[in-house]
Design a protein around this ligand. Structure first.
Ligand code: HEM
Length: 320
């Protein structure tokens, strides 16, 4: 497997993370302290076994093996809460994540990593770091989460859409009943060498389900894992993978801005999540590791995720 931009194999622990990378991971650690052995974001989560069945409809746009007609690709899914604190109750971490590792023929891997908000709150690595520092400074005071969101929006107007989406999130009834957005633009490369800008979304087969305030109040801390375990006893949890194609003028380098709603959608296939498993050793869901037939866009946040995820991986695998 190679990163489409650099040709590097995976995983490659970066030996000396850049200054901004380590400062960013330090700032994430400052949010809730260091939790040795855990991811520096999305710390609480668990893995599932899954299988992706391609619809074949993506084959016209990409040579990626898992998008070809009749391809069935083994996958590992990790569901998570965004918090940096692994002990956070599910209800208190409003946005959720779904990271998917596809194992391609020959053993190469590629990833799609999504969350339950359609846009991100930072436009560049520098502004991400500034926002983290502001959160850490503001948190020292007496403010609650709503005040904090207001404060950030005042200082960082690019964050507005994302933070309003977070504010509107209701507690999910299930990890299997959330809509996950992979947010960034990627490129599909076809057999003629044409590149097309594309975004990805995972849609839950049974639709989005949320809890009422009354039901939410009665949930135990880890209700989302308990719910999924029960659900999988009777049937797999199914997600549809959609590709959304950008048109001329749609931003490809700005994860804080959504594309218009009317963009062409193609159903690439369905993911069948079958059972909860132990996390495989060495799992690093790096959204910059692409299959042949796919490439990264010019989104600076997408590129930055490689070094920060690797730094976090290196810290947690060293037991820090
Ligand atoms: C500057 C931008 C970002 C930074 C610095 C950042 C940082 C991190 C870090 C350090 C981890 C832990 C990695 C590990 O130890 O394996 C992580 C995990 C994760 N992030 Fe991000 N992230 C960013 C953007 C995003 C975006 C845009 C999304 C949603 C599309 C996202 C979704 C996730 C998810 C779902 C995980 C959990 C992955 C897993 O389950 O292994 N992140 N992030």
């Amino acid at each position: 497997m190679t990163d489409a931009q650099s040709g590097r194999t995976h995983p490659v622990p970066d030996s000396a993370p850049s200054d901004i990378t380590s400062q960013t991971v330090n700032a994430l650690e400052d949010l809730s302290g260091v939790h040795p052995g855990y991811r520096r974001a999305h710390a609480k989560g668990f893995c599932c076994r899954a299988s992706f069945r391609s619809s074949g409809l993506g084959a016209a746009f990409t040579t990626a093996p898992h998008m070809q007609e009749q391809a069935e690709t083994p996958a590992i899914v990790r569901f998570s809460g965004v918090s940096t604190n692994p002990a956070m109750a599910d209800l208190l971490s409003p946005a959720k994540g779904m990271a998917v590792q596809f194992t391609l023929p020959g053993g190469d891997v590629t990833y799609l990593v999504g969350a339950t908000v359609p846009v991100f709150f930072a436009r560049t690595p520098e502004s991400f770091l500034d926002i983290m520092k502001t959160v850490n400074e503001t948190r020292e005071g007496e403010r609650g989460p709503i005040d904090l969101i207001r404060e950030i929006i005042i200082h960082f107007s690019e964050s507005k859409e994302s933070l309003l989406a977070v504010k509107l999130l209701k507690p999910p009834a299930s990890y299997a009943a959330c809509h996950y957005y992979c947010i960034h633009t990627y490129l599909f490369l076809d057999s003629q060498g044409n590149a097309r800008p594309v975004k990805f979304e995972w849609l839950p087969e049974g639709g989005v389900e949320t809890l009422s305030i009354k039901d939410a109040a009665q949930q135990p801390e880890d209700y989302l894992m308990d719910e999924l375990r029960l659900r999988l006893e009777t049937a797999p949890a199914v997600f549809q993978l959609d590709a959304i194609f950008g048109e001329a003028g749609d931003p490809t380098d700005d994860p804080t801005r959504a594309w218009p709603d009317d963009r062409k959608r193609v159903i690439l296939g369905h993911l069948y999540v079958t059972d909860i498993i132990e996390e495989p050793e060495g799992l690093l869901m790096d959204p910059t590791v692409m299959a042949e037939g796919m490439a990264l866009s010019d989104d600076p946040i997408l590129h930055f995720r490689h070094s920060t995820y690797t730094d976090s991986y290196n810290r947690r695998s060293a037991g820090q």
